[in-house]
Design a protein around this ligand. Structure first.
Ligand code: SF4
Ligand code: SF4
Ligand code: SF4
Length: 365
């Protein structure tokens, strides 16, 4: 359960968010209650799959308990029965705007943000737009240095890094890869792989979790950044076809052309992908070698045939070998790339129609 999800142990007790009553959820965070009440606050360091950090302070809210008002980070603070939460007082809005002004003063210009340009408006710039942040009154600070990393998958443009450390947390605590960490402090901190090596020389599995959690344009998919236009990009939820695990993905298309993939965070895989689902090639979809019709070998040459013709031929061959050599002379292989129902039917066909237990599936090997 993350902080935005009310637990199932909801009691009769209530708390209030901006005057709206919300059921108190034991062990629930204040962030979950305010989202339950239909309000939201920006969260830059928050990653719903990990323990909250409470470091970016964007989700700060006022809470009143027993007449005493304090300000708390709503992602870390626990709910209390009777608590009164205020999310958008003038003071809180000014506080968030000031943080965003400061972050803007130390990052590259929004007009050049790779995520906003090629994918969708990043969380950071969504917040700066919403709060009309403007760093004009602050002395600009040099952005963090870019990482010159020749890996083929991840663009590391730390001009846009805001030091939220979601990437290192997800790499260490979710992917368990331990490929990146934080070096230095404050504005001198930077995302660092061992001995400042390139990612290819680190334990990086190229799962892409860091680029998907990064709330800015600091980390993006190098294979497609700069080749897509955020406003034109369409997302279609589907299942990764590369293996039997069946992780949820979203295919990215632009003008009908397949550009790449992203995780589907609503799928049971919770956004996790391996390198194939995240960065695998989709060229096979439009490959000239792709079979679009059955082929039957005639006179030594493979020739296009209709589905009826092909299925009749296979059925006659099954009958022939079953009759002449017995059912166990045949073996059937199911596929991880089709549905569970299709695999079920395949084993039923093997056992009942053919009469053999020689049935297996490619996902087992
Ligand atoms: S791609 Fe995965 S393993 Fe590599 S740095 Fe990012 S989160 Fe870590
Ligand atoms: S690279 Fe992205 S996720 Fe990592 S610290 Fe910087 S802004 Fe946060
Ligand atoms: S993302 Fe990787 S593990 Fe998941 S279905 Fe695709 S190939 Fe299998």
């Amino acid at each position: 359960m993350d902080a935005t999800t009310q637990s199932s142990t909801v009691s009769e007790a209530l708390l209030e968010v901006n005057g709206t009553p919300v059921p108190y959820s034991e062990g629930g965070r204040v962030l979950g209650a305010l989202r339950e009440a239909g309000y939201d606050v920006p969260t830059l360091c928050y990653e719903s799959r990990l323990d909250p950090q409470g470091t970016c302070r964007m989700c700060l809210v006022d809470v009143e308990v027993d007449g005493r008002v304090t300000q708390v980070a709503s992602c870390t603070a626990f709910q209390q029965p009777g608590m009164k939460v205020t999310t958008h007082s003038d003071e809180l809005k000014q506080y968030r705007r000031t943080i965003l002004d400061m972050l803007l003063s130390e990052t590259g210009p929004q007009a050049e943000c790779p995520k906003c340009l090629s994918f969708k408006t990043c969380d950071f710039h969504s917040a700066t737009d919403e709060y009309e942040a403007d760093a004009g009154w602050l002395k600009p600070i040099a952005p963090r240095a870019k990482a010159l990393d020749p890996n083929p998958f991840i663009q590391r443009d730390y001009d846009f890094c805001i030091g939220c450390f979601r990437c290192t947390n997800v790499c260490n605590d979710w992917e368990m890869a331990g490929a990146i960490t934080v070096d230095g402090r404050s504005q001198n901190s930077k995302i660092f792989s061992f001995f400042d090596n390139e990612l290819l020389q680190s334990p990086c599995t190229f799962c892409g979790q860091c680029i998907n959690t990064c709330p800015t344009g600091a980390l993006t998919d190098k294979k497609i950044v700069g080749k897509t236009v955020a406003e034109k990009l369409e997302r279609t939820k589907t299942i990764c076809p590369y293996c039997g695990v069946g992780c949820g993905i979203q295919l990215l298309t632009q003008d009908g052309e397949l550009k790449g993939s992203e995780p589907d965070f609503t799928a049971p895989s919770q956004g996790s992908l391996c390198v194939k689902g995240q960065f695998g090639s989709w060229d096979f979809v439009k490959s000239a070698d792709r079979l679009t019709t059955p082929l039957i070998r005639k006179n030594g040459e493979l020739q296009p045939a209709s589905w009826d013709e092909a299925i009749s031929l296979v059925a006659s061959k099954f009958e022939h070998y079953k009759d002449t050599d017995g059912p166990d002379s045949l073996v059937l292989w199911a596929s991880a790339r089709v549905t569970s129902e299709s695999n079920y039917l395949m084993q039923k066909f093997a056992r009942v129609a053919v009469g053999t237990n020689n049935i297996d599936n490619c996902s087992r090997t």
